[in-house]
Design a protein around this ligand. Structure first.
Ligand SMILES: Cc1cc2nc3c(=O)[nH]c(=O)nc-3n(C[C@H](O)[C@H](O)[C@H](O)COP(=O)(O)OP(=O)(O)OC[C@H]3O[C@@H](n4cnc5c(N)ncnc54)[C@H](O)[C@@H]3O)c2cc1C
Length: 409
């Protein structure tokens, strides 16, 4: 191709995941990489809406370690004198309001200990010291993780892109991938809005369009967009950017300060999802309308800790269609059904915080002669070896969303 040139590896999608994957490839010495983004700017779709929370306390050791890798990467990038991801390592508080949750926190702490992640149970008074305007008296347990925090998702994508470009990767906007070329069971190139590009490997980081891109390659993967929203309030007494991130799983909520406002979001019990075939490749996903009932529900849910939330005006609602899959795990790695076709999707609303860890595992799946059991467990082939029913799989994906903070998740 004349203008863009061919490449060893083409990455489809310039969101947090695509940019993170290109960054990881460059770190691994793979720099003949071309990222294609259909919009006029990187990070302009789901990533632009994310809250930027980065949490490492997870239910499995592998998942904790993936998040720890992300945190290590963000800390290193923030310390460098270059484009920064806006990473604030303010710590996080996880608040239990029920006895069952206390038991879950104890198990989470054991998993964190085994993964080498520092966490500690702190008293309600200590928690109040960290969030003075909140009433922690209903809290039955508070788990503190000092190395958690939050970042600015667009800044993260730009920071990845900047570093990758410096190493020689090319990241291009305004180019839509319209087809995948294959020969004898392997990828040979992509058809784009600006012509054909030859390549050996295609990485599908197309976010809400990951289903469409996989379909172009002849692979049918259960990747379902599920609506997600949060709001940022007008300035509120006591809110300042150094407050820790807070999660109240019994209320299905997360929150942090956004400058001097409150950022409050959560996982409503009845989610709204699309069938991926409801919209087309090349288009933006359908617009998400503000749902004030859901915002009202967030405010009711936070009332036991922060009754004043009801008095705060809403400044902005952020919203989008992160993708969920029936087993709630990332889809990472090459499919044995098509050599050279690699997935980096199905992020279950962890795509920003997970991006560095996802990139690392994509690299491991491609270049390690024997990837870890965990990386192999994320392979797209887990959905391609058997038939799956669309309605049933969508119901399971919605359930992953609705029970995001469910006990035992
Ligand atoms: C309200 C909200 C809050 C969230 N909060 C968090 C959070 O706190 N922490 C967290 O980790 N995650 C959060 N998420 C989830 C997170 O935003 C996603 O997991 C993440 O952005 C996914 O990144 P992505 O790169 O896969 O997708 P996207 O950002 O959607 O990027 C995919 C890109 O692919 C491009 N593309 C698609 N098809 C083509 C094609 N054919 N050719 C070329 N380009 C194409 C699209 O234009 C798009 O830019 C949140 C999501 C929402 C909506």
């Amino acid at each position: 191709m004349d203008t863009l040139g061919d490449a060893e590896i083409v990455v489809i999608g310039g969101g947090g995941v695509g940019c993170g994957v290109v960054h990881s490839l460059c770190q691994a010495g793979k720099t003949d990489v071309l990222l294609l983004e259909k919009n006029d700017a990187l990070a302009s779709e789901t990533t632009s809406q994310a809250a930027g929370l980065v949490g490492q306390v997870r239910a499995s050791i592998d998942r904790v370690k993936l998040a720890m890798w992300s945190v290590k990467t963000f800390s290193k990038m923030e310390a460098e004198p270059e484009t920064k991801p806006g990473w604030r390592q303010v710590g996080s508080l996880r608040v239990a309001l029920t006895d069952e949750r206390v038991v879950e926190f104890e198990q989470l702490k054991i998993t964190a200990d085994r993964a080498g992640l520092e966490t500690a149970f702190i008293s309600n008074d200590e928690a109040r010291g960290k969030w003075p305007m909140f009433d922690f008296s209903p809290a039955k347990s508070v788990l503190w993780c000092p190395s958690d925090g939050y970042l600015q998702p667009n800044d993260l994508a730009m920071a990845y892109a900047h570093r990758a470009r410096k190493k020689g990767a090319r990241l291009t906007t305004g180019v839509t991938v319209e087809g995948i070329r294959t020969e004898h069971g392997r990828v040979t190139g992509v058809d784009t809005s600006q012509g054909v590009i030859a390549c050996d490997t295609v990485i599908n980081a197309a976010g809400t369009h990951a289903w469409h891109v996989a379909k172009m390659a002849g692979l049918d993967l259960p990747i379902f967009p599920v609506r997600h929203e949060y709001f940022v309030s007008v300035d509120a007494d006591g809110m300042q950017p150094e407050l820790p991130v807070m999660r109240v799983p019994d209320a299905s909520l997360y929150l942090r300060a956004e400058i001097n406002g409150l950022l409050l979001g959560g996982w409503e019990p009845e989610s709204l999802s699309l069938m991926p075939g409801d919209f087309q490749i090349g288009q933006t996903p359908p617009r998400v309308e503000e749902d004030w009932d859901v915002m009202g529900w967030f405010i009711e849910q936070i009332a036991p800790l922060y009754g004043k939330a009801a008095d705060l005006g809403v400044r902005t609602i952020f919203k989008g269609w992160p993708t969920f899959v029936p087993d709630g795990k990332f889809i990472i790695g090459e499919s044995r059904k098509l050599n050279g076709f690699v997935m980096a999707g199905g992020c279950n609303a962890h795509g920003v915080s997970g991006s560095a860890g996802i990139g690392r595992h994509v690299v491991e799946s491609m270049f390690e002669p024997s990837p870890s059991d965990y990386v192999r467990s994320l392979s797209p082939d887990r959905f391609l070896d058997t038939e799956w029913d669309a309605a049933e799989s969508q119901a399971k994906a919605k359930r992953i969303y609705e029970t995001y903070y469910g006990l035992g998740q």
